[in-house]
Structures are given as C-alpha cells and as structure tokens.
Design a protein around this ligand. Structure first.
Ligand code: PMP
Length: 422
C-alpha cells in the first residue's frame, strides 16, 4: 500500500459502466415493471429475414440489414457448408504466414472486377476494416475530413491514426469546400471520408460534386459502401455503378460483407500499391490478425454470384423501398432526407416516443429499432426501418398503419411514464 487502498477495482466507477447502468439498467427495470419485453439484445430465433421469430412469435422484421435476403439463400448456405468441409472452421493462421486460401483470392478478384480496380483485400470485420485502414492511411500531420454522420468505425480510425479531424455538414459539398478553403493546407495529407448510403438517414452521397471539391484541393477520398453495396446501382454493385464512375474516382472503396452480401467481414478495393500496403504493413486488416473464416468468405462469394444471376432481388428491394417511402409520406410521416433507399427513418424528435413506439410495435409483431441520442444528434430520434427485398406490400402497409396508430396513441401522458434522459 502506497495510500491507494481505496482505489476502485472492477470498473464500477468507469464512466461507460455507470452510463450503461443508469440508462439501460433503469430502462430494463421499467420494461419489466410494465410487463414489456426488453428489445435490447433480444435473441432472434432462426434466420433474420423479412420475417423473423422473437420471443416465440413471428414478427415482420425491419431491424436487419440483410437487404437482399442472401443469408437465407440455400446456395449461399451450401457454399458455407462446403467450405467447412473443405477447409474446416478456421484457417488457423494469419494469411501472410500460413493462412492463405484460394477462396480469399477468388473473392478479391471478384471485388476488384466489380470496382474496376487493380486489387482488393478481404478482411474478417467491417468495423476493423475502417478503423485499421484509416489508422494506417493517416498520421499526426494529416487531416481527416469526415461527413458529420460518418460511422463510428471511421471515427475510431481517426483516433487510431492520431490525425487532425474535422467534420463537414452532412452531404454538403459547399461545407466541405468552405473547410478546405479555410484550412490553407496546414497538413500533409487530407482524406475525405464518406458513406455511399448513410446508415441513419438513408440518403445517397452526393459523390460527383464531393469528388470535384476534394480533388480541387488535392484530397484523397475513401468511401464506405456498407449500406450502398447491394442496394444502389442498376445491378446492386453500389455507388460506382450508381454514378457510373471509373474505378479510380476515389482512392479507397470500402465495404462490409455483413449487410446486403449476407455474410460477415469487410473489404477494401483500390490500386495495387495501396492494397499491398494494407496487405503487408497495416495491422488489423490481414496482418497480425487471423484470416477470415473460410465459410464466411465462401458464402460472400456465392452471394455475389446469386446477385449477378438474380438482379430481380435488387429490383424488388428498390420497389419495396419506393413503396414504403410513398406510403409513409401519404400517412404524414416525416422521413427526413431519405430518398428511395431501403433505409427509411421515421422521425419522432425526442428519444422517448421512439423507444415507446418500438416497444409497442413489437407487441404488434413488428420489429423496428429506435435510434436515439447519442447515436443520432439529440432531438433527432427515429424509428429506423430497414426494408427487405422479400417484404410484401401488405406487410409494408400493415407496419405503417400500426405505427400510425402507435404514434397517435402516444400523446403527452404516455411519454411521461418513462424518460431515458437524466
Ligand atoms: N460502416 C458502416 C456505415 C456500418 O453501418 C457498419 C456496421 N453497422 C460498419 C461500417 C461495420 O461493419 P461490420 O458490422 O460488418 O463490422
């Protein structure tokens, strides 16, 4: 003892631990008291498609980002099983040393073909792909210029990099230009960080205009296609296809295998020198980390084949997205700035009505997530609907009518039973 006898252990006084106890502990107590099911970490039983099973009930599912229902496809499932039979459940090594398998290269070839780039790299995690790629690309003397709604994994990358960081107004090329004009190149490198379709608002990046500004000021560009691959572009091949851009229009194309592609993992595509930097030097992508599960990569590869063979999935998704948007507007809902993508926020403003409405929707056998502060700015809480290519029009209509009833029923008093805010 050097006088530290009272130092706390077990992290009971850690701010994050306290925050979880305050917000989710109180919420959990409250839902139990009023006889509701706590929707957080509520297990799904079986495949999470357009319909899923939760708490022993069939529910229409708007909370999964498997937009094209590929995780349920028999051919995709079979590919995963075949890979397990051939390679076992793990590559049991880091790729560079002893973990390389032909199927990683096959998927990389397919992706570099789709993106019209020299090379691509597949990884075990979308989140880590952003964190590690940005962490590798930027250093202390560099600047990350992020869209204000950029995903947490990219923010984590900027912290990993230790670089300077600024945010421009969401999807606004003029705001980007104003920042670049004022910055007077007080940095070595600048990287503009974007998403193809923004995961909370469901709007499409204004990419051609943003590229024009970024290039005028000599900035590099990286775009995260987590929610745009499979959902935009004539054949679902993402933002490059949507805007008909060459493969070198941006420096780094990034995506995840966990959303439309129906697997798990991440990828990067770009010029070969850069991809070699990622492959041979950067930590957390393929260096210093185990090779992706062979089954996950085999599933992703077959999912891309199914996507090519069945473009009607993309058309059905587009139809459902437009249908849901149109009906939502007709019913007087505020869908923010989303436009015909399968991510449709229905804004509630305050956090409490979003949480209460999500609970009430679950009671009506509809699963939809409430997205609240701090994930979105205070006062911009919403129910976020992920539309699926397998939803039917009656399911979409029924969900919207249920929501209309639920939100109309939440007049002042209901919201006062519980508040998430302190
Ligand atoms: N980027 C965005 C925009 C995302 O929404 C997500 C995941 N929700 C990720 C990256 C991380 O990808 P993954 O979940 O596949 O790790």
């Amino acid at each position: 003892g050097n006088g530290n006898a009272t130092a706390a252990t077990g992290f009971g006084d850690h701010p994050g631990v306290l925050d979880a106890a305050q917000r989710f502990g109180r919420f959990d107590t409250w839902v139990r008291q009023v006889g509701l099911v706590n929707p957080y970490y509520l297990p799904h039983e079986g495949v999470s498609g357009a319909v899923t099973r939760m708490a022993d009930r069939d529910v229409v599912n708007f909370s999964s980002f498997g937009y094209l229902d590929l995780a349920a496809d028999p051919r995709v499932r079979q590919a995963a099983k075949d890979a397990i039979d051939e390679y076992g459940t793990s590559a049991a090594a880091v790729r560079i040393v002893a973990g390389e398998l032909p199927l990683y290269r096959d998927l990389e070839d397919e992706l570099s073909d789709i993106y019209d780039t020299d090379a691509a790299l597949v990884t075990a995690s979308g989140y880590l792909t952003n964190a590690a790629a940005v962490g590798f690309l930027l250093g202390k003397r560099d600047l990350a210029i992020c869209d204000s709604l950029i995903h947490n994994s990219i923010v984590a990358g900027t912290e990993w990099a230790g670089c300077k960081r600024v945010f421009f107004r969401h999807n606004d090329p003029d705001s980007l230009e104003a920042i670049l004009r004022m910055s007077r190149r007080s940095f070595d490198r600048a990287l503009v960080l974007l998403e193809g379709v923004y995961s909370m608002d469901g709007d499409v990046v204004r990419l051609p205009e943003i590229i024009e500004v970024a290039r005028k000021y000599g900035c590099s560009i990286m775009i995260d296609e987590a929610h745009s691959f499979g959902t935009v572009g004539a054949t679902g091949h993402g933002i490059r296809e949507h805007f008909d851009l060459p493969g070198d229009a941006v420096d780094v194309w990034m995506g995840t295998l966990s959303k439309a592609i129906g697997s798990v993992g991440g990828y990067l595509a770009g010029n070969r020198e850069l991809m070699d930097g990622f492959k041979y030097v950067a930590g957390g992508l393929s260096m210093y980390t185990a090779a992706p599960a062979p089954s996950a990569i085999a599933a992703a590869r077959t999912a891309l084949t199914v996507l090519r063979e069945e473009p009607q999935r993309v058309l059905a998704l587009r139809h459902n997205s437009q249908y849901f948007h149109t009906r939502a507007r007709e019913l007087g809902f505020d869908v923010g700035t989303s436009l015909d993508t399968p991510i449709i926020p229905i804004m509630t403003g305050a956090d409490e009505p979003a949480v209460l409405a999500a609970l009430a929707m679950l009671q009506r056998d509809v699963s939809v997530n409430a997205i609240t502060h701090p994930v979105v700015p205070a006062g911009e809480a919403r129910l976020r609907f992920f539309v699926n290519c397998r939803h039917t029009e009656p399911q979409l209509d029924a969900a919207l009518h249920a929501l209309r009833q639920v939100l109309d029923g939440l007049d002042g008093t209901a919201g006062q039973q519980f508040t998430l805010a302190q």
